[in-house]
Design a protein around this ligand. Structure first.
Ligand SMILES: C[S@@+](CC[C@H](N)C(=O)[O-])C[C@H]1O[C@@H](n2cnc3c(N)ncnc32)[C@H](O)[C@@H]1O
Length: 283
């Protein structure tokens, strides 16, 4: 079902103008085949602003003295936010059964663990990371733990901060973990609220990967299923940025359908417990 069907599809010309604006502001690259998808997503914005046509919306954006907020709202409706707890669980196994011990063993100076979930969407990935840390707390006695979770879409960050999940989002959470780290919530107790113990390890913040500075001195970066939305030029910028902020001996996790092949030579590829993991080369 299409929301607001009274608003017609983008024309080719309108599509080009919006695709260029979205690309310039977020690095998200929309092929011509995405015209229906983009029309459907933009309709929500037109409806909210009581506008009838996409051209009116485009002119509205350019007439604003300060476009920041509307650009945020535009990217918010355009971004794809699919995610769930323990997505691609083998990667979390690699992290907990290899990387954690390795990081803990190598760190002689600061007793701090810093993990970045870049493109965290509605929070399932960073909260899964928090649960992994808590389940493996023996490696990090008295360490300062920080999980920095960032995204470009304000609405997903708001959802993430609320920390309440149902259905497919929590389907892969093992029952004992659900019991331990969530509290049933809602009228029929069909929703699950993430507990404070995991929540307090995670900080959510707005961050556009191409316009804002990155967090630094990181031990682990998770940037999964984000690169696929960018063209090669932006993928290269992104991965060069990760190389700058990852500590020697740190780890980069990307999505299963993503690769660093022909994107970066700064990392070596390792297969840990069947999962592709990238390690920064010596500087
Ligand atoms: C498909 S979700 C991935 C969620 C999670 N990492 C996972 O793998 O389950 C992609 C996320 O990337 C975010 N994103 C897209 N472009 C971005 C940009 N330029 N800066 C920051 N986040 C961006 C989107 O808002 C979206 O929430």
């Amino acid at each position: 079902m299409i929301d607001f069907p009274e608003i017609k599809r983008l024309t080719d010309e309108e599509f080009k103008r919006f695709a260029a604006l979205i690309y310039q502001e977020s690095g998200i690259f929309l092929k011509d085949t995405k015209i229906t998808l983009l029309s459907n997503r933009l309709r929500k914005r037109l409806h909210a602003l009581k506008l009838d046509t996409f051209s009116q919306y485009y002119d509205y954006i350019y007439a604003l003295t300060d476009r920041t907020q509307e650009i945020e709202a535009l990217i918010d409706v355009v971004s794809t936010n699919e995610t769930y707890f323990f997505r691609n669980e083998r990667q979390f196994e690699a992290l907990t059964k290899h990387c954690f011990e390795d990081i803990a063993g190598k760190k002689k100076d600061g007793k701090a663990l810093r993990i970045w979930s870049a493109g965290c969407s509605t929070g399932e990935e960073p909260y899964t990371l928090a649960i992994c840390v808590l389940e493996n707390a023996r490696f990090f006695p008295n360490w300062k733990i920080e999980i920095i979770a960032t995204d470009i879409a304000p609405s997903v960050l708001e959802f993430a901060r609320r920390g309440v999940y149902t259905g497919r989002r929590i389907e892969k959470v093992p029952p004992e973990i659900l019991e331990k780290y969530f509290t049933p919530d809602g009228e029929n107790r069909e929703q699950y609220r993430i507990n404070d113990e995991a929540r307090k390890l995670v900080t959510f913040q707005y961050l556009n990967l191409f316009k804002n500075p990155y967090p630094e001195k990181l031990d682990v970066v998770f940037c999964r299923n984000v690169m696929i939305y960018f063209d090669k030029e932006h993928q290269k910028k992104l991965v060069a940025g990760f190389y700058r902020v990852l500590m020697q001996g740190g780890y980069l996790f990307i999505g299963h359908s993503e690769t660093l092949h022909s994107i970066s030579d700064d990392f070596t590829y390792e297969k840990i417990l069947d999962s592709p993991v990238y390690v920064p080369r010596k500087r």
